[in-house]
Design a protein around this ligand. Structure first.
Ligand code: PLP
Length: 405
């Protein structure tokens, strides 16, 4: 009968990643986990293939009271949660300007909110061509389109020239552009903007002849490298002109290995109080009209961790251990690829490595025949190094290189 209205969306029969991961799980059930490489999952698994759950976070969860679960939370989040997010996001740098925080269900909710509140129906939202596929779904679901600039130039560096071109073209038809940048440890490439890239980006935004909402998706920041180093770009944001506003998409999913708790935040850093207050009003309204309010118990856990220096040290140290495990997998994967004559899309750190190729669907199929499950994107193969051991990183990189050479 077709009761569902597509409304410009292309609703697939099933989610591609979850379907692929289902096939990988079936292969594991049939052949055993040593025989299968499941590099599909966007979650951190240990070398045995078990989900990493930080015990320090679990300890904090165990202290929750029934009211922490049961009571409604304020729509924008509890005050203690908001303080916790500011600490978690800015680290030792501290914010500049006027900050306002609204809790969201994961980092995903922050994307929904920024698009709902900072673009018009029919607008194009600008992002890099390599991007998390959900960016498009979230934009299109809200009657917007997704426009992309080339993330990397011929030399394999940040393509500032194409960003400038695309932004200027949009500025000619829109008075305001939401520019979404996922860094550090970008999904799917693992690229982190360098400080020079940041200078170029800020200068382009400052020259733009439209208002710019710079949305920074920092979902993977805590896995990108040393805490201070990966936040070194933050002071540069103060150089943005008055026609720009910075909005962060924060996710506790990865930071606390708490994907299922659905906790994140949208954080505005404005030059003046009126813009920060306008943000609060809009974020609160769109939260109320979509998911209403968020998981209070997750907020209490965040608040406990970031208000107790001892607990925070425990969590940070535990995460550092897993982060270093992940960084090592990345180094090994990239080296094995390179040793076999293949290079990846510029990679620095994070959950994923991507290898550009001509027919990703075919490469994905051939890998699957070898019980190696990786996501075929439009322009390459995405490998979740977060979900496979160092040994499997070597095998996977060798298999991909053998197919591509
Ligand atoms: N941003 C990027 C680039 C992601 O890859 C993800 C999750 O995979 C998110 C945001 C949001 O994650 P969550 O909603 O689970 O916090």
């Amino acid at each position: 009968m077709n009761f569902v209205k597509e409304n410009g969306r292309t609703i697939p029969a099933e989610d591609k990643v979850f379907a692929l991961s289902g096939r990988a799980k079936a292969a594991i059930a049939a052949k055993g986990k040593d025989a299968v490489i499941n590099a599909t999952v966007g979650a951190l698994l240990d070398d045995n293939g078990d989900l990493v759950v930080m015990s320090s976070v679990v300890d904090a969860i165990r202290t929750l009271t029934p009211a922490d679960y049961a009571e409604y939370a304020p729509i924008t989040g509890t005050p203690a949660f908001k303080d916790a997010v500011v600490k978690a996001l800015f680290g030792s740098y501290g914010p500049s300007g006027h900050v306002s925080v609204c809790v969201t269900p994961g980092g995903t909710g922050s994307l929904t909110s920024v698009i709902a509140n900072y673009s018009n129906y029919g607008d194009a939202v600008l992002t890099h061509d390599w991007c998390w596929a959900n960016y498009k779904n979230i934009a299109v679901s809200q009657g917007r389109t997704l426009r992309t600039f080339r993330f990397f130039n011929e030399e394999g560096g940040f393509d500032a020239a194409d960003l400038e071109k695309q932004l200027n073209e949009l500025a000619a038809v829109q008075d305001q552009v939401v520019l979404m940048i996922n860094t550090p440890a970008h999904n799917p490439t693992g690229y982190s903007l360098s400080l020079e890239d940041w200078d170029a980006l800020i200068s382009i935004v400052n020259k733009a002849e439209c208002k710019v909402v710079l949305f920074l998706d920092i979902a993977y920041i805590d896995y990108a490298g040393e805490e201070d180093e990966v936040r070194a770009f933050l002071p540069k944001l103060a150089d943005l002109g008055d026609h720009a506003i910075v909005i962060f998409g924060y996710s506790a999913s990865k930071t606390l290995t708490a994907y299922g708790m659905r906790c994140g935040a949208i954080v505005c850093m404005a030059k003046n109080e009126e813009d920060a207050e306008e943000f609060r009003r809009a974020a609160e309204y769109s939260a109320r009209s979509t998911w209403s309010n968020c998981n209070r118990s997750a907020m209490v856990v965040m608040s406990k961790i970031y208000s107790d220096p001892e607990l925070q040290v425990k969590v940070d140290e535990e995460r550092r251990m897993y982060r270093d495990m992940l960084l090592e997998r990345g180094r090994v994967f990239e080296k094995t690829l390179n040793d076999n004559g293949v290079s990846c899309v510029p990679f620095s750190a994070g959950f994923f490595v991507t290898i550009a190729c001509d027919d990703p669907a075919e490469v994905g199929r051939k890998l699957e025949e070898q019980d190696i499950f990786c996501l075929a994107l439009a322009k390459g193969i995405r490998v979740s190094i977060a979900s496979i051991s160092k040994e499997k990183c070597v095998k996977c990189a060798e298999a991909i290189a053998a197919l591509l050479k």
